[in-house]
Design a protein around this ligand. Structure first.
Ligand code: PDD
Length: 287
């Protein structure tokens, strides 16, 4: 089936959606994105993603070219026409395509933003090898820029990190700066020690994960102990459990870090419980 995608107000077959070579997303990585997960054909935490999108745009001095209502409608229509039951919707907004390459931002009145959305169908994403067995990660130096709180499309270093992990026979990489874990290449990072969930606090150093916010809220509601603070790879290796969160992996256990087994090498009970709670609660409020 040819996927239907959305480009600047139009629904098109994916093969017909074309963007200019002068688009600043293409030339300068001058754009932001969101990934909203789809469960049972419904959008998980659409509001959270819409709020973060607005923040990313405003931090980069871009106007939001599409209202929240219209954005929701486009998400839903793409999920419907592409018959997505499990998977996600990818959204990207760039600063558009001026007449030529230039470092200076174009006048937004003359150069409209480019808005692209497409679906990714991933049947079985709630129950797969990674969720059953946990993932293995390596640690690498965090060489990204200093505004990781803005969800920009500059994903070269995270891609390189995933390739370094693959070359090492692992699934992903955790990024380390000044001796402390910032986050995963495309997820937030957690450890569990003596029943307490530990994760780095929010700042410009990490993406403010929508899944992170939900998981910490559910953990608090379940009266679990949560501590937002920095931790090292060594502390993580000696933790009882480790896990990651993201819109694409939900809550997923980490069972090995730089070759050191975490706990008994199987997904831990708190990671499993948080995954269950997250999936259950998210489904209840998905729209
Ligand atoms: N990545 N940290 C980074 C660097 C991320 O890229 C992501 C998401 C997260 C988790 O955020 P959220 O819970 O809102 O998905 C944390 C998306 C899924 C991606 O790039 O595909």
């Amino acid at each position: 089936m040819t996927r239907t995608v959305y480009l600047n107000g139009e629904y098109l077959p994916e093969t017909e959606a074309k963007v200019s070579i002068f688009d600043r997303g293409f030339l300068m990585a001058d754009g932001v994105y969101e990934v909203t997960s789809v469960l049972n054909g419904k959008l998980v935490d659409f509001d959270g993603h819409a709020v973060r999108l607005n923040r990313s745009l405003s931090e980069l001095g871009m106007n939001n070219p599409i209202s929240k209502e219209d954005l929701l409608e486009v998400h839903r229509e793409l999920v419907r026409v592409n018959d997505v039951n499990e998977g996600g919707v990818y959204l990207q907004i760039t600063r558009g395509a001026p007449a030529d390459r230039d470092f200076a931002f174009p006048d937004p009145d003359e150069t409209p933003c480019t808005v692209v959305l497409f679906t990714q169908s991933k049947p079985g994403v709630t129950d797969n090898a990674a969720s059953q067995n946990g993932i293995r990660v390596i640690s690498i130096e965090d060489l990204r820029w200093g505004r990781r709180d803005i969800k920009t499309v500059q994903l070269l270093y995270p891609s390189m990190g995933k390739m370094m992990a693959k070359a090492a026979g692992c699934d992903d990489a955790w990024l380390v700066e000044d001796g402390f874990v910032t986050e995963g290449t495309s997820n937030n990072a957690y450890i569990v020690k003596d029943g307490k969930i530990i994760t780095r606090g929010l700042s410009n150093d990490i993406l403010h994960g929508i899944t992170r916010a939900a998981v910490l809220r559910f953990a608090n509601e379940a009266q679990m102990k949560v501590e937002e603070r920095n931790f090292t790879i060594e502390e993580a290796q000696n933790a009882d459990e480790a896990f990651i969160t993201s819109a694409t992996m939900f809550v997923n256990a980490v069972v090995e870090i730089d070759g050191a087994q975490i706990g008994d090498g199987k997904p831990g009970s708190i990671a499993k419980r948080m995954r269950e709670i997250y999936l259950e609660e998210s489904l209840k409020v998905a729209i």
